[in-house]
Design a protein around this ligand. Structure first.
Ligand code: SF4
Ligand code: SF4
Length: 317
């Protein structure tokens, strides 16, 4: 039976998460889930992580979140909408995906979650907390499902029935105890296969995972080698990321522009024309993207992506 203190702390937490601007959140009890590392290990064995070797490290920890902090009892998972409808690819422009049109989400999410964890520590003296956002050996999507934020769509992203899939995920693993809701979000993909049919490079596998080696998002952001020739002409006007599978998802039809002010970028990447990109120097790049996730990929890779785009055959976006 939860005690009154746990109930009060849970309500307080909801209030704080809401005031930080998180659109969705949930709290799940921390416990080992070895199936997470098992699934990852199968994906890695099939080579589908491409050159992302960091995923191969700490597989045991990925299956046991309680190993990340001493006395871990809870996993708080929070989601922040980032959808925007400003076109980044007009007739004469390149496409940059939506998550890169806002301030670097690692920074924004970590700042918000850091403020939340400070409050937990104040409310529960001696509590241990650790913040994650696309960092550390945390199986974020699996925990988002456990905390009731949504289900894993065929395109492998988490979908929330009310806000769709354009949201960032972040977690706090803590030794504080809360009231755990009986979180469940049923799979609503049904017979739909729109994302699979829309993927330009056939990267979506039948088991709700992505073959990174075929995914334009991975190839244009993470991959450092030459882009595979088999995809020439298929990357449309994309020079960073790819939102295609999310754009066609019926659950994103209701997606609305983000409202969190901390996401507003210092520099709107969508204002850049094709000419601007072609004339850009490494110094311009550094200055323009100093608070953007694009800077992590680097100027050289962006230039490689620009060279790969076949403008004449890329009418779609
Ligand atoms: S991000 Fe693009 S390339 Fe990757 S799975 Fe989705 S549609 Fe395919
Ligand atoms: S497009 Fe259809 S199959 Fe793909 S994630 Fe959305 S609902 Fe599921």
């Amino acid at each position: 039976m939860p005690d009154a203190r746990q109930i009060a702390l849970t309500w307080k937490m909801h209030e704080i998460l809401r005031s930080e601007g998180f659109d969705i959140f949930g709290i799940a009890p921390a416990s080992p889930h070895h199936e997470d590392s098992q699934h990852l290990s199968e994906w890695i064995s099939a080579g589908k992580n491409g050159a992302m070797k960091f995923i191969e490290r700490n597989l045991d920890k990925r299956g046991d979140i309680t190993s990340l902090i001493e006395g871990a009892k809870s996993v708080i998972v929070a989601g922040l909408r980032y959808y925007s409808d400003d076109p980044s690819a007009g007739k004469d422009n390149y496409f940059v995906c939506r998550y890169a049109r806002v301030r670097d989400y690692h920074q924004v999410m970590e700042e918000k979650l850091d403020r939340v964890q400070k409050i937990i520590k104040k409310e529960v003296p001696g509590a241990a907390c650790r913040v994650f956002c696309d960092s550390g050996p945390v199986t974020e999507k699996a925990w988002a499902v456990r905390a009731g934020l949504g289900w894993r769509g065929r395109h492998s992203m988490i979908i929330n029935k009310d806000i769709g899939s354009f949201f960032f995920l972040g977690e706090i693993v803590t030794s504080a105890e809360f009231l755990y809701e009986n979180a469940s979000s049923r799979d609503r993909c049904g017979e739909c296969r729109l994302c699979i049919d829309a993927c330009p490079t056939g990267a979506i596998c039948d088991n709700r995972t992505i073959d990174a080696r075929r995914c334009i998002s991975y190839l244009t952001v993470e991959y450092e080698g030459d882009l595979p020739e088999e995809f020439r002409g298929k990357t449309e006007k994309i020079i960073f990321g790819c939102d295609r599978c999310q754009e066609v998802c019926p659950f994103n039809r209701k997606a609305v522009h983000y409202t969190d002010k901390e996401l507003v970028p210092e520099f709107p990447v969508t204002s850049l024309t094709r000419k601007d990109w072609l004339a850009m120097t490494p110094e311009d790049f550094k200055k323009m993207f100093k608070s953007s996730a694009i800077k992590r990929t680097g100027f050289k890779i962006i230039k490689r992506n620009i060279d790969f785009v076949n403008f004449k055959s890329s009418e779609k976006r």
